[in-house]
Design a protein around this ligand. Structure first.
Ligand code: SF4
Ligand code: SF4
Length: 751
């Protein structure tokens, strides 16, 4: 159990916001007041300009609504709009509790920001789940049309007689558009109700709360009362023929044929009032329930493009020289304003829950819960700073927290279960950065509390003492070259690198017997292509990826600092590596430490060598069914999906089959986020889950492009009892196919 957290004076690695005269929360308040002013001005304008008789084909606005009621309508609406602005401002003030983070709109980012924003407002990201996309589109777009229809009516109402435009055919078309939108909106509401309370997917069922009923009930009331009020108005007007264009209101009005004028007037007033009250209820629910995502989700999407690559963790200051005393995220104030805004953008859709390998195999981690718990702690600890705000979704009162301590709701077990596969971030329709939060909290646990799984302690010691997590002697790093007759040049550092590529072998490729075969195969292929390359041998150290992803930034900076010094000292420009973790760290994270290199994964290099003809695969043949497993740090973190498939696809006779979950939807092997170095005590092994999926394709071979995936999936395949299925790296499959045809080598044996 960890003790109470100290509230930081300064969050890690970043300065606090300088005092600003106009903050975003002021802007939210100003927008609310401006909206209220517009409503009030509209009411006053109606008093001055209104009162004109309706055109022959048109409608009298506020017919059957007495003057004092109109005054109350405008006053209450204006006050409600101002209150909505104030409630949003309080939420924004809550985000301002976070540390600084740059998400500027510049010439370089404006295009990307607008594209993400457009995807948000056009339902592009939501529509990736088809059923949810259609349902949301039916709710959202007709709602916008209905809102626009109301505004147009109000504008027309304020205009002097000669400028009014809602007459004749324009009015007929206007009526048609409004009614069709109303029907579509109601269809969306009913679909949403059926989806949530009929046979909801698990991810919705577990998070259905009373506020969902309040939101959808309010929508239903808005839609039904709107149609009824219109029907009553038409009935009161004596059902003129031009109102047939109200394709719902007109037929509905016939139902009230028998009512006398007094009764019609009363029912019209009742339905009109119900419609107004339902709309005001919607306004109040907007900032106070998860409905707020109508505003916060597009905003979050707009702000999502950032100035670091997808695969890079947030940079930290140099821990050897910094004056900061607090690192990682232990309390709300340790997170940045963007990380806090994130949580308020959550739609609680549970797509992240559905794709999380930890969650699906019975571990205690659910990415949605991480977001909701951060949001809950932020909201409930706001009373002393920005004033109390409603949590993201309703929650159990006994779980209420008062302090800003993130660990009051989040357990270390949840955080250590994460494989950093990034599936949650990838699938989130509103671009919430879940993985960053998890890794920042891991940083807090490791750096501030020294709380991490015992197995990691051993790996940390090996990394610190031996420069690799296996704890092997650095002098053995290049021993795999003994298997190559032509050898490989080893750079001793006495002079600048005079080879085109530096081959970064990585710890797994250097020390793990199974993966040394991949290293030998890759080097052999590069030799055959006539590539000029060398290795660092004993001077290569772990890139620091397992240390960084387990929160040990101190160790990461130590290892990475040494490597950058070595590489920069040699003047290295081009690096090739077969490990996606090395690839990601070298390419995306070493720039944070002054190391800038052109890094390629061996799949990209081999693909390029094949397509350019430098590697002759003309006779290479593999008459097998093969399935390829996407490594998370190659695919989702770096967008490399096709190069490995192109390498396999160059072989004659091969049949490539895809697993159900592949490319961006690929399932993790369970090794990332330093999980390779931890025991998997709880639930089903992730590697077994993935191996079962691979075996189910009927493939005889599973191709990998990551040394850790190869180990995890091979272990998983063994557990399924399928000894006939071979798991091997693409380089080994390629070399075998080339050699088998030329009679140069034997078939690759199962490792
Ligand atoms: S990164 Fe992967 S393992 Fe971690 S929470 Fe997200 S989906 Fe789950
Ligand atoms: S974090 Fe994203 S994917 Fe997960 S529930 Fe929230 S909106 Fe949905």
């Amino acid at each position: 159990m960890i003790g109470p957290r100290r509230i930081p004076a300064v969050p890690f690695g970043v300065a606090r916001h300088p005092a600003r005269r106009l903050s975003p929360s002021h802007l939210a308040l100003a927008l609310g007041l401006a909206g209220a002013g517009v409503v009030a001005a509209s009411g006053l304008a109606g008093l001055v300009v209104g009162g004109h008789p309706p055109a022959a084909v048109g409608r009298e606005v506020f017919a059957n609504v007495a003057g004092p009621v109109r005054a109350v309508f405008y006053t209450v609406t204006a006050v409600t709009v101002a209150a909505v602005g104030a409630l949003f401002a309080r939420r924004v003030r809550n985000w301002e509790r976070g540390g600084a983070e740059r998400r500027d709109t510049s010439r370089a980012t404006a295009g990307r920001r607008l594209r993400r924003f457009w995807l948000g407002v056009s339902m592009g990201t939501v529509a990736e789940d088809r059923a949810a996309g259609v349902m949301h589109s039916l709710l959202y777009f007709p709602f916008l049309v209905l809102f626009a229809v109301t505004v147009v009516l109000e504008v027309d109402h304020q205009l002097p007689e000669r400028f009014k435009f809602l007459t004749g055919d324009v009015y007929r078309g206007y009526s048609l558009v409004g009614d069709v939108a109303g029907v579509a909106f109601l269809a969306g509401v009913l679909w949403a109700i059926a989806r949530r309370w009929g046979r909801p997917p698990f991810r919705l069922r577990t998070k259905t709360r009373p506020e969902d009923a309040a939101v959808l009930g309010t929508f239903l009331a808005v839609g039904v009362s709107g149609h009824l009020a219109e029907a009553m108005r038409i009935a009161l007007d004596g059902r003129p023929a031009f109102e047939r264009w109200s394709v719902v209101g007109y037929p509905l009005s016939s139902l009230f044929d028998g009512l006398g004028e007094g009764a019609l007037a009363n029912v019209h007033q009742a339905t009109w009032t119900a419609h107004v009250v339902a709309f005001l209820a919607f306004l109040v629910l907007l900032p106070e329930t998860k409905l707020r995502h109508m505003v916060t989700s597009p905003l979050n999407l707009y702000l999502s493009p950032r100035d670091r690559p997808r695969g890079a963790m947030r940079p930290m200051p140099d821990l050897a020289t910094t004056d900061l005393e607090r690192f990682g995220a232990g309390v709300v104030e340790d997170l940045t304003w963007k990380q806090l805004l994130d949580t308020d953008a959550c739609t609680v859709c549970g797509r992240c829950t559905e794709v999380c390998p930890a969650q699906m195999t019975g571990k205690p981690l659910d990415p949605r819960e991480i977001v909701l718990k951060v949001g809950q702690v932020m909201a409930e600890s706001a009373a002393g700073t920005s004033g109390p705000v409603a949590p993201i979704v309703g929650h159990e009162p006994e779980l209420t927290v008062r302090a800003p301590d993130l660990f009051a709701r989040i357990t270390p077990e949840e955080l250590w279960a994460c494989t950093s596969c990034r599936a949650c971030d990838e699938v989130c329709p509103v671009d919430i950065e879940i993985l960053d939060k998890i890794l920042d909290m891991r940083r807090y646990l490791t750096l501030m509390e020294s709380e991490f799984p015992a197995e990691l302690g051993r790996s940390f010691r090996s990394l610190e003492n031996s420069g690799n997590p296996w704890g092997m002697s650095q002098s053995d790093r290049g021993s795999w070259t003994d298997a190559l007759p032509e050898g490989v040049p080893v750079v001793d550092g006495s002079s600048p690198l005079d080879h085109e590529y530096l081959y970064w072998v990585g710890c797994a490729g250097s020390f793990d017997d199974r993966n040394k075969k991949v290293t030998v195969a890759t080097a052999t292929l590069m030799h055959r292509a006539g590539l000029d390359f060398a290795i660092l041998g004993p001077r290569e150290r772990c890139t620091g990826d397992p240390a960084r992803r387990s929160g040990n930034e101190y160790l990461f900076q130590m290892l990475a600092g040494e490597n950058v010094e070595t590489l920069n000292g040699l003047g290295v420009r081009k690096v090739v590596t077969q490990c996606p973790h090395c690839f990601n760290t070298l390419a995306n994270e070493y720039p944070q430490l002054g190391g800038h290199y052109e890094v390629v994964h061996h799949s990209q290099l081999l693909s390029e060598l094949i397509s350019s003809g430098r590697l002759d695969v003309g006779g290479a043949r593999l008459d097998e069914r093969v399935t390829y497993h996407d490594a998370c740090f190659l695919g989702r973190h770096n967008g490399v999906y096709e190069a490995p498939r192109r390498v396999l696809g160059s072989l004659k006779g091969i049949e490539i089959v895809e697993m159900g979950r592949s490319r961006a939807d690929g399932l993790c092997c369970g090794a990332g986020g330093a999980r390779f170095w931890m025991e998997e005590h709880t639930g089903k092994k992730i590697g077994v889950e993935r191996a079962e999926e691979a075996v189910a394709t009927g493939a005889r071979r599973v191709a990998t492009a990551c040394p850790f995936c190869a180990v995890m999936i091979d272990d998983g395949v063994k557990e399924t009892g399928r000894d006939d299925v071979v798991v091997q790296d693409i380089a080994v499959h390629l070399l075998e196919a080339m050699d088998r045809e030329s009679g140069r080598g034997a078939e690759v044996a199962r490792p």
